[in-house]
Design a protein around this ligand. Structure first.
Ligand code: RFL
Ligand code: PHB
Length: 392
């Protein structure tokens, strides 16, 4: 089998890249180790930046998002028992974000791919990438008792943090930067109305909490927990009680509880691999970097890499120039590090750090107070939250 671009991974990065390349007439095959249902079962991101929305429109898959997604013009920061609104729209000259689940984005992309009859290999075992340093890279995998091989011009490593692409790069050609945080997020999804019209990010002495949503009838909430906690030991009731304690009195009062549909614990990590190109293999999305979810940037950053990479491939095939692919890693990393900084900042600002004897908490309160009372500081938060502009 032969194609132009072999894409490893059918998460949002791989599927979006496949769709954008298809629109530009570039052949691609996606090879995914899991089943389609498994990929759709992962409950993850919920906030879509304007530039990610634009890209989904460009890929021809934005229609349902515009119909069912909820546009948010602000967020609320809760500390000292009170909520303070950050008016994203006013502070950014009209920008906003969209509440629309990653599951839905993935489903829309999968449906569009199937409708266009594009090849996706699901449940591919032992996926391997070969010869990406030469001019004829290859991908191999096992399925139905046989070994399969795909020849290609380029490999796009969209296979997430635990994928095979980054792991196949010799150690002396890659540098990694990492911070692991000493806590995780316990998240639940429930068919209960959201607490407020907008997201609430709460800094509390007991730890961070976030009230988010997927629709007007489905809420998504998180509380900071120690990494040693097991999801089985958190009953729904214990979760709701803990969330309520970390909110202001009015929000706590209006919290509607109900049985969880999904409950899981995610560790928090900052991670960047440099560079993002190795010969004819390119990394995009979580395969190259991870952000803690506090800034709502992971999915958006995956889309931003894909934007740069798809344009680079289009220039290569249409204009016969390698300038775009040569500049991909530098351009992508420049934006990645800004999102890393913002996600680290939001995480540091809002969480309880176990080794803090009190000074850190006081500094957080001062910083939050400054953020909500200074136009300069709230503008900085708002412009990062809605997404920084692209370099073109
Ligand atoms: P994914 O989604 O991990 O997809 C990678 C795909 O590659 C497959 N794969 C392989 N395929 C073939 N061979 C192999 N060897 C393979 N190894 C892996 C996997 O099965 C998978 O299908 O990466 P991608 O596409 O880069 O997308 C990244 C996003 O999923 C991620 O950044 C976001 O979910 C992060 N995130 C958030 N991002 C936001 O922008 N806004 C948010 O509000 C937000 N909230 C979150 C989040 C992530 C969370 N968790 C659980 C990590 C909230 C949470 C709780
Ligand atoms: C979510 O809805 O899952 C969500 C929203 C905002 C974040 C992280 C997660 O910062």
């Amino acid at each position: 089998m032969r194609t132009q671009v072999a894409i490893i991974g059918a998460g949002p990065a791989g599927l979006l890249l496949g769709q954008l390349l298809h629109k530009a007439g570039i052949d691609n095959v996606i090879v995914e180790q899991r089943s389609g249902e498994y990929v759709l079962g992962r409950i993850r991101a919920g906030i879509i930046e304007q530039i990610c929305q634009d890209l989904l429109d460009e890929a021809g898959v934005g229609e349902r998002m515009h119909r069912e997604g909820i546009v948010h013009h602000g967020i609320e920061l809760c500390f000292g028992g009170q909520r303070h609104r950050i008016d994203l729209r006013q502070l950014t000259g009209g920008k906003s974000v969209m509440v629309y689940g990653q599951t839905e984005v993935t489903r829309d992309l999968m449906d569009a791919r199937a409708a266009a009859g594009l090849p996706t290999v699901y449940e591919a075992a032992n996926v391997q990438v070969h010869d990406f340093d030469g001019t004829s890279p290859r991908v191999s995998w096992q399925k139905d008792g046989a070994t399969h091989e795909l020849q290609c011009d380029f490999i796009a490593g969209c296979d997430g943090f635990h994928g095979v692409c980054r792991a196949s790069v010799p150690a002396d050609r890659i540098q990694t930067f990492e911070r692991v945080y000493p806590f995780g997020w316990l998240g639940i999804l429930a068919d209960t109305p959201p607490v407020s019209d907008e997201l609430i990010y709460s800094n509390h002495e007991r730890g961070f909490a976030l009230c988010s949503m997927r629709s007007h009838t489905r809420s998504r909430h998180y509380v900071q927990v120690p990494l040693t906690d097991k999801v089985e030991s958190w009953s729904d009731e214990a979760f709701w009680d803990e969330l309520r304690r970390r909110l202001d009195p009015e929000a706590a009062e209006s919290l509607v509880t109900g049985p969880s549909i999904e409950k899981s614990i995610a560790p928090l990590r900052s991670f960047v691999a440099e560079p993002m190109r190795f010969g004819r293999m390119f990394l995009a999305g979580d395969a190259a970097h991870i952000v803690p979810p506090t800034g709502a940037k992971g999915l958006n950053l995956a889309a931003s890499d894909v934007r740069y990479l798809s344009r680079a491939f289009v220039e290569y095939y249409r204009d016969k120039t390698e300038a775009g692919i040569d500049d991909y890693s530098r351009k992508a990393l420049r934006r990645v590090w800004k999102a890393e900084r913002f996600s680290w900042f939001m995480t540091s600002l809002l969480h309880k750090f176990p080794d803090d004897a009190g000074f850190g908490f006081k500094i957080q309160q001062a910083e939050l107070d400054y953020l909500v009372s200074s136009a300069a500081a709230s503008t900085s938060l708002a412009e990062n939250y809605v997404g920084l502009p692209f370099e073109d």
